[in-house]
Design a protein. Structure first.
Length: 506
């Protein structure tokens, strides 16, 4: 027993010494860093669940704004927080070849759903992005628009039903189900009717994919981010078997059914099926050699549509509803634009009609400024990089953060940042923006491919509801808004509850 205790004390002491050495990484490079705390580094309050995961990095922007960059530690892992916008532009855009990776866990055979475009990097990422990006072109988005409109109509009808029963609408829940219904339909070729059902396995597993239900999987997700290389080498999973088996099985069944019955459908899943078919074609040796697109690759990149489409539209939709209810004059202006544009198009809500709703887009953009689904943009240095105008060399493997949430709330960039003001996003004012002033979709070559689809999904359900109802805040909605500490993306504490007041028929 004494030997065991002695060994344990020695191991703890050696770990402490190792950590203390790691905590000198930034000071040895002449980079200012706040004092780290053993063993958490600078994320102690995150581990104690008192801060959202990205909060320490976003706070560093305002605390040390006079510095172009600040060094922090995520446990022992050094993280460089970039405050200077020109340096951020160099990292994200100009010198992207040095920062091609997000530094996230990319899975492999151990996790069949992890190796998607969001996570992978290098030549595989380049080739796959080139093949997948046409699926998000304006023409493709227009092709699937009727599906989005139908689901938006169903969402309006469901909200109408709740109103008829004398109930307020939980917009956090409503927009989450609406977004998941679109993803199920376009991304997976499945009509799950999740709006009408009190229980939907697709919705439940989808929520579980984004929000781990147990402390165990929460910790696993955290360490997958902190030590992605270890996870990759060990072929570990960051999601439960229940989630993986459900989505992988769903994709495989749908793919087999379509191929077996020569059935085609204009959706994202079909684009991936076609990509895999071309990769397997014997006569297309070049495609097969360059990118052997397996069933795992197909299933993982189907999840890409969920990653790109769920959080942005669900978050933006619910918080736009909140702000419109809080600012009736803005709500009236949006409704007037909807009426005017639809009258111009004969009362039909077409792809072209919703594109002409410029003020509505400004409203969505102001929402994404205040509540970006990506609170920070992270990149990993893929080859040594000397920061222009400095002596600092960012070493290969170093994680870099650009705190877009803090930039969005900087009063020197957006005066009175706490005020909800869509007029910040007039075409004239946007033309004067620095590339890194507003980055809800990221920036540079790794910018989200689904920007167009994101605007439409965020907009359409609200567009339909605003035609028939006035939005009024329910007493259960917190004012001012408080955000959940436990979530990676902005989520309202207590949810966004809205009363619907039927408008008189014209």
């Amino acid at each position: 027993m004494a030997v065991f205790i002695t060994l344990a004390v020695c191991a703890l002491f050696l770990t402490y010494v190792w950590y203390k050495h790691k905590f000198t990484y930034w000071s040895r490079r002449g980079v200012f860093n706040p004092e780290p705390v053993f063993p958490f580094g600078n994320i102690k309050e995150v581990i104690r669940r008192r801060q959202q995961f990205f909060q320490p990095y976003c706070d560093a922007y305002f605390k040390y704004k006079h510095l172009p960059y600040v060094g922090l530690y995520c446990f022992h892992r050094p993280v460089l927080c970039v405050n200077d916008l020109e340096m951020a532009k160099n990292i994200l855009i100009k010198d992207f070849e040095h920062f091609q990776s997000r530094g996230t866990y990319s899975g492999g055979e151990g996790d069949r759903l992890a190796g998607n475009l969001f996570n992978i990097h290098g030549q595989v990422w380049k080739k796959l992005r080139l093949k997948i990006s046409p699926s998000f072109s304006p023409m493709k988005v227009k092709t699937v628009f009727p599906i989005v409109e139908k689901i938006a109509n169903d969402t309006r009808d469901y909200a109408d039903l709740l109103h008829s029963n004398g109930e307020s609408v939980n917009f956090s829940e409503l927009y989450g189900r609406y977004a998941m219904e679109i993803i199920a339909n376009i991304g997976f070729g499945l009509e799950c009717n999740g709006l009408k059902k009190t229980e939907s396995e697709f919705y439940d597993r989808g929520r579980e994919y984004f929000n781990p239900p147990t402390l165990y999987w929460t910790i696993i997700r955290a360490f997958a981010f902190i030590a992605p290389d270890t996870f990759d080498k060990l072929q570990m999973k960051r999601i439960s078997d229940r989630v993986e088996n459900f989505f992988f099985g769903l994709v495989k069944y749908t793919v087999d059914h379509r191929l077996g019955h020569a059935y085609r459908r204009n959706d994202f899943l079909q684009a991936l099926i076609d990509l895999r078919t071309r990769a397997q074609r014997k006569g297309d040796a070049k495609t097969s050699d360059e990118f052997p697109f397996s069933m795992n690759d197909l299933a993982a990149n189907t999840m890409l549509y969920m990653i790109a489409g769920y959080e942005t539209s669900a978050t933006t939709g619910q918080f736009t509803a909140y702000q419109l209810a809080l600012n009736p004059h803005i709500q009236d202006k949006v409704r007037d634009e909807i009426t005017r544009v639809l009258e111009k198009h004969g009362g039909r809500c077409t792809y072209e009609a919703q594109n002409e709703m410029t003020y509505f887009n400004m409203v969505l953009e102001e929402t994404m400024r205040m509540y970006p689904s990506m609170r920070a943009i992270f990149r990993r240095c893929t080859k040594d990089y000397r920061m222009p105008g400095t002596d600092l060399v960012i070493e290969k493997g170093t994680q870099v953060f650009v705190p877009c949430e803090s930039i969005h709330m900087d009063p020197e960039i957006f005066p009175q940042p706490e005020k909800y003001d869509p007029e910040r996003f007039t075409p004239e004012k946007k033309a004067q923006f620095h590339p890194c002033h507003w980055m809800p979709f990221g920036e540079g070559p790794r910018k989200c491919l689904g920007v167009r689809q994101g605007y439409i999904q965020s907009k359409m359900a609200l567009l339909k509801i605003l035609q028939d109802f006035e939005l009024v805040l329910d007493e259960r909605t917190l004012v001012p808004m408080k955000l959940k500490v436990s979530s990676l993306v902005p989520q309202a504490e207590g949810d966004v509850w809205i009363k619907l007041k039927r408008l008189p028929k014209k």
